[in-house]
Write a protein that binds this ligand. Structure first.
Ligand code: SF4
Length: 281
């Protein structure tokens, strides 16, 4: 099966960092999701938690911009209300040893730490929250992404920060954290006609932030590298399965014949199979 035949149904020439990360992690999952446009059968609770926490962080800074000082209690109420309102039966607790409450508590802990250690001391100004970034890399390819927060430090330096709810801090490799925030910084350099910007990751489980500086030359090199990676995904002759631990979090694991899902991580697979039975009898 050729890459070109597979790509005909591609709905869009928009390439995000997560799109390419999916290709890197498993080309077959990429094919299902981005080339065939299939919907994953469940959302992992880790992803649900990440969204719920991000919404509250956005709210905190939006409140501050309205000259409010949101309290810790109001923040936690907001989190609990958003959690209940958004929860549905597509959310999967993948690790069977865990339960919904495990993640709810984790979310509260992360926000509590962020509020006490970072938010109340943060003197930076916000330029935009959840800002859609986009830049054309070639006639066929547009890079796109969402920056959690764009702002200026107290000293006036332009920055973009990405909030991470993952268990561990990443490293500088391309599909860990070497590309994502720096690519966003490259976009805001263009948008603001600036010479340099800070690209940061704030790790909510650890309460730490890592920054790096991206100047125009570095920004152009990062965007060129991204375009090269798009070319590799685009010109692939095949999209083979790459089974591994991430199969447990892949919403196609009930239709993929090569999925490897250990019993202890089968919460998502169980939901996917239940939904398939409902659909196909
Ligand atoms: S189940 Fe595993 S091998 Fe199959 S598409 Fe998903 S990640 Fe790839």
């Amino acid at each position: 099966m050729t890459g070109n035949a597979e790509r005909r149904p591609t709905p869009s020439n928009l390439y995000s960092f997560s799109r390419l990360k999916t290709y890197h992690q498993c080309p077959l999952r990429y094919r299902y999701r981005y080339l065939q446009g299939l919907k994953e059968a469940f959302r992992s609770i880790e992803s649900f938690l990440g969204n719920a926490v991000h919404e509250v962080l956005e709210w905190l800074y939006a409140e501050r911009d309205r000259s409010e000082s949101p309290s810790r209690e109001a923040m936690l109420e907001k989190f609990a209300a958003g959690w209940s309102a958004k929860w549905d039966d597509e959310v999967a607790v993948v690790r069977l040893a865990d339960e919904e409450g495990t993640y709810l508590r984790l979310g509260r802990e992360m926000l509590d730490r962020f509020h006490g250690e970072t938010f109340v001391r943060d003197l930076s100004t916000t330029i935009a929250l959840e800002q859609r970034l986009s830049t054309r890399l070639s006639p066929e390819v547009v890079f796109t992404g969402f920056a959690d927060r764009v702002g200026r430090t107290e000293g006036g330096r332009l920055f973009v920060v990405d909030y991470k709810t993952s268990r561990s801090e990443g490293n500088d490799s391309e599909f860990s954290e070497g590309l994502q925030a720096p690519l966003y910084a490259a976009c805001i350099l263009e948008d603001h006609q600036a010479d340099e910007a800070l690209a940061g990751y704030h790790y909510l489980r650890h309460g730490t932030t890592r920054w790096r500086t991206v100047d125009n030359e570095k920004g152009r090199a990062l965007l060129a590298r991204f375009l090269q990676l798009v070319g590799e995904a685009d010109s692939a002759a095949e999209y083979p399965a790459k089974p591994g631990i991430l199969c447990a979090w892949c919403g196609f694991n009930s239709i993929c014949t090569e999925a490897e899902v250990p019993e202890g991580l089968s919460g998502g697979l169980r939901i996917a199979e239940k939904r398939a039975r409902r659909l196909f009898g």
